[in-house]
Design a binder for this molecule. Structure first.
Ligand SMILES: Cc1cc2nc3c(=O)[nH]c(=O)nc-3n(C[C@H](O)[C@H](O)[C@H](O)COP(=O)(O)OP(=O)(O)OC[C@H]3O[C@@H](n4cnc5c(N)ncnc54)[C@H](O)[C@@H]3O)c2cc1C
Length: 175
């Protein structure tokens, strides 16, 4: 990005700059959303579990190292006065320490009611009549890009399913 981004953009940039960041697009870590109590107004217990598998840890370390390599190329160092908010060294330990201190989420939680475990391919909740889930939670796994367009596609498909226009499954009389 052609701007200095700190604190997920909440802190104004204090200089000219560019930002390179790395993202684990296909995480293997899995979080959970569970009931806290039997009270319907109790807040859920959400555990994100980000970067908890060895694969995800190695992926983010490799990604940060690649970003550092790119930033150290002559074409960029020629226009760089100093670095800001980078790992102490190129070692796995220092990159991991940096990730643990500064990593953000990019706000794409999905898949807590995924197709196949909580809903069927027509988004009907398994074992409950006349109830569908239509949102990011039904994705079997998080998409590699941003999630909003995928949610809109899910919603448009769900509207067709509810209206009985399920061309893919040929089940036009459903509900
Ligand atoms: C800060 C931020 C930035 C993002 N930036 C991007 C981006 O740039 N591009 C992108 O593609 N995606 C982005 N996303 C992700 C995207 O917004 C979400 O993936 C998407 O909105 C998820 O859609 P959803 O319908 O599953 O949930 P939501 O959009 O969260 O919709 C849930 C709705 O349910 C309502 N609701 C909650 N509880 C109740 C209740 N008890 N009764 C009735 N209604 C209720 C809420 O008010 C809300 O309107 C961003 C997300 C965040 C948080």
């Amino acid at each position: 990005l052609p701007v200095m981004i700190s604190d997920e953009g909440l802190t104004p940039p204090h200089d000219h700059g560019f930002t390179l960041s790395s993202c684990v697009l296909k995480p293997t870590s899995r979080g959970s959303v569970r009931l806290r109590s039997s009270r319907p107004d109790a807040k859920p217990r959400i555990s994100c579990n980000f970067l908890t598998t060895p694969e995800d840890k190695q992926t983010i370390i490799a990604g940060v190292r690649l970003a550092s390599d790119i930033a150290s190329q002559p074409s960029l160092t020629a226009v760089t006065r100093a670095t800001h908010n980078v790992p102490r060294s190129n070692s796995d330990a220092d990159i991991w320490a940096h990730v643990q201190q500064y990593a953000g989420t990019i706000y794409h939680p999905t898949s807590t009611c995924s197709i196949g475990t909580v809903v069927d391919p027509q988004l009907r909740v398994l074992g409950i009549e006349r109830l569908r889930v239509v949102d990011a939670s039904i994705m079997p796994s998080v998409v590699r890009g941003n999630t909003n367009a995928a949610v809109i596609a899910i919603a448009e498909k769900a509207a067709d399913l509810i209206a009985g226009k399920d061309m893919l499954y040929g089940n036009e009389k459903e509900e």
